[in-house]
Write a protein that binds this ligand. Sequence first.
Ligand code: Z5A
Ligand code: MG
Length: 216
Amino acid sequence: AAAPSRRRGAFIVFEGLDRSGKSTQVQRLVDALNARGVQTKGARFPDRTLSTGKMIDSYLSQKADLDDRAIHLLFSANRWERASQILEDLRNGVTVVCDRYAFSGIAFSAIKGLSWNWCRAPDVGLPQPDLVLFLRVSPEVAQQRGGFGQERYETSEVQAKVEKAFTKLGQSVGKDVWTEIDADKGVDEVHEEIVRRVEQALGSEALDGEVKKLWE
Ligand code: Z5A
Ligand code: MG
């Protein structure tokens, strides 16, 4: 007998500024989906456990300096190191919820003056998210969640520029994929809003077809 047709998993990405609550909400969503029987795994970028991740970690913690282009390519390579695993999980019906992705890659490099197209090129062809949840936090609220850490990019100047770049990225991928979430609210309220949006994505016909390739 023919095997019953099975829908693939959904690829859900979280983006947002420092302390917008991405890691908190990724964990909440992974737990909530698994609890209701939707097999789900978490992922994160940069993945500091991968070989490229060790160099990225040295750069972010300001132990090492790298050329702007070199670090950009490392962040992209870090995603490619994980891409085949993500694709395999999605094809096996597992939903993948990911903390940051290529949009962070472009935003943080473009603000240094590298061209938009140059920044985008190495990520072309990666698995395309079915849904990007952009957690929008206001600077005042982020400030209340604790001061900036010691890592590179953790300054209000950088965060303000990155915010503009994210807005442009959202406009470039379209409203069916990119959704903004008001992340000034409490953890539970934000989680509920996310679950509503994710339920729509899980019901989409897109999950009957192949995973698309980003920007191809
Ligand atoms: N980067 C790059 O340049 N290129 C790339 O390609 C990629 C990344 C992928 C490290 O990222 C840096 O790498 C990052 C971008 C760059 N630089 N910056 N900025 P990371 O993911 O390792 O670090 P991060 O995400 O920026 O920082 P974060 O502090 O982990 O933020 P978060 O995950 O969004 O927030 P959180 O840990 O869930 O929450 C922060 C605190 O607020 C915590 O105490 C929570 O308990 C609290 N919280 C969370 N939600 C709420 C609500 N709703 N109310 C009240 N309090 C809350
Ligand atoms: Mg985080």
